[in-house]
Design a protein around this ligand. Structure first.
Ligand code: PMP
Length: 359
C-alpha cells in the first residue's frame, strides 16, 4: 500500500512517472537496452533530453532567447556557479532562511554580498516585501520558496538588475513570467522529478555576460553547458527520463495553471485545519504562507504531545511530517504529486488526535 508521502524532497512523484520510469529501467522503448545502459549520445536517449527541454519551455512559456539546462550537482552547486560566473564586484541577496544563507556564503567567496532584505529579525517567519533594489549590483538573488521555514513569494518582482531565483521547491506550482528573470534554477527533486538532476533556465544575454577574465573550471561555465546542450559530460540519464515523465504528467493535467489551483486547494485544507484545531498553529505570517511546505507547530501548552502525534500519524500511513530541527513541530511538504486524499488523511489525523486528547 502506498503511503501518504509528505517528504521535503526527494518527495512523492506521480504514478505515471514511477510506472514509465520503471518500464524504461527494464527496456527503453524497443531499444533492447535499459535507460541505464543506452549511450547518452544515441538516438535512444537524445529525444528524451530534447523533449525534457521542450516540455519545460512549453509548460513555463519560456521565451525563445532562454536556454534550458539539465545538470548535475544540485541547487547547492548553482549557489557557487552563479557567483563564480556573474559576481564581478557586488551582488544583492534577499535573506529568507537557511537556503539563501547558504547561497550568500558561496557568493562571498567571489565578491561582496549586500543583503538588501532579510526576515531574520522575526526568525524567518515572513517574506520581506517592498525592498529597494540597488542598481550598482551585478544581480539580485532570491529564494522564491523557503522549504524549511514555509514562506513563499507569489509575485515575479520587477528588478532593475538581473533577477536570479532559486525555485527548487516551487517551480511548476504557479504561473511565472520567465522574462522577468535572468536565471531560474533548482534541484529537480520536488516538483520536477527525482534528485540527481538540476534545472537551469538562463537568458542568452545573461549567459553571454559571464565573467571571462577569471579562471573558471570548465564544468562550472554556463556557456560550455549551453554550447553542448547539457551534454558536456555524461548527464544523469535516468533522472532526466523521470523528469520528462513528470513534465508530461504536469502537461496532461493542464500545466502550471492546474497545478496552481491544486496547490491552493491542498494548502488551504491544512491552513484551515490549523485555524480550527486547538492544538496546532502556523508559525508563518498569513501573507507569506507557502503552498508547498506547510509547517505546523503546537499551540501553547501542547508541546508534550510531539512523540505521541508522530506515532499516531505513522500508524495512519503518514510519512515525512517531522518538522525541520530549526522550526520544530511538523511540516507537510505538499508538492504537485500530493493528492487531495493525502491532504484529507492528514487533516483527519489532526482532527482525530485532537478528539482523542481533548475529548
Ligand atoms: N534551495 C532550496 C530552496 C532547497 O529546498 C534545497 C534543498 N532542499 C536546496 C536549495 C539545495 O538543493 P540540493 O540538495 O539540490 O543542492
Amino acid at each position: 500500500m502506498r503511503k501518504h508521502i509528505f517528504n521535503a524532497g526527494p518527495c512523492k512523484l506521480s504514478d505515471p512517472c514511477l510506472e514509465n520510469t520503471s518500464k524504461a529501467i527494464l527496456e527503453l522503448g524497443n531499444s533492447g537496452q535499459s535507460i541505464m545502459e543506452v549511450s547518452h549520445r544515441s538516438k535512444d536517449f537524445l529525444p528524451v533530453m530534447e523533449e525534457a527541454q521542450a516540455l519545460l519551455k512549453e509548460i513555463l512559456n519560456v521565451p525563445d532567447n532562454y536556454h534550458v539546462l539539465y545538470l548535475g550537482g544540485g541547487a547547492s552547486t548553482q549557489f557557487a556557479m552563479l557567483a563564480m560566473n556573474f559576481l564581478k564586484s557586488k551582488a544583492a541577496y534577499v535573506d529568507t532562511g537557511s537556503w539563501s544563507s547558504k547561497a550568500i556564503k558561496e557568493a562571498q567567496i567571489f565578491g561582496k554580498v549586500e543583503v538588501i532584505a532579510s526576515s531574520k529579525d522575526k526568525n524567518y517567519t515572513y517574506y520581506p516585501k517592498g525592498f529597494a533594489i540597488p542598481t550598482d549590483c551585478d544581480y539580485l538573488h532570491i529564494t522564491s520558496n523557503n522549504t524549511i521555514r514555509g514562506t513563499e513569494i507569489f509575485e515575479d518582482i520587477d528588478s532593475p538588475i538581473p533577477l536570479i531565483a532559486d525555485m527548487s521547491s516551487d517551480i511548476l506550482s504557479r504561473k511565472i513570467d520567465v522574462s522577468k528573470y535572468a536565471m531560474i534554477y533548482g534541484g529537480a527533486q520536488k516538483n520536477m522529478g527525482p534528485s540527481g538532476v538540476t534545472f537551469v533556465i538562463i537568458s542568452d544575454d545573461f549567459m553571454k555576460s559571464a565573467i571571462t577574465d577569471r579562471p573558471i573550471p570548465t564544468m562550472f561555465k554556463y556557456p560550455i553547458h549551453v554550447e553542448n546542450d547539457s551534454m558536456y559530460n555524461t548527464p544523469p540519464c535516468v533522472n532526466i527520463f523521470a523528469l520528462r515523465e513528470t513534465l508530461k504528467w504536469v502537461k496532461s493535467l493542464g500545466g502550471v495553471e492546474a497545478m496552481e489551483q491544486l496547490a491552493i486547494k491542498r494548502s488551504n485544507m491544512l491552513y484551515q485545519e490549523m485555524e480550527r484545531n486547538s492544538m496546532f498553529t502556523s508559525p508563518v505570517a498569513p501573507d507569506s504562507r507557502s503552498r508547498m511546505n506547510v509547517p505546523f507547530v503546537w499551540s501553547e501548552g501542547n508541546e508534550q504531545y510531539q512523540d505521541q502525534f508522530m506515532k499516531f500519524s505513522t500508524e495512519r500511513n503518514i510519512v515525512g511530517i517531522k518538522g525541520h530541527r530549526s522550526v520544530g513541530g511538523f511540516r507537510a511538504s505538499i508538492y504537485n504529486a500530493a493528492t487531495i486524499e493525502d491532504m484529507e488523511a492528514l487533516v483527519k489525523c489532526m482532527q482525530d488526535f485532537e478528539k482523542q486528547i481533548k475529548g
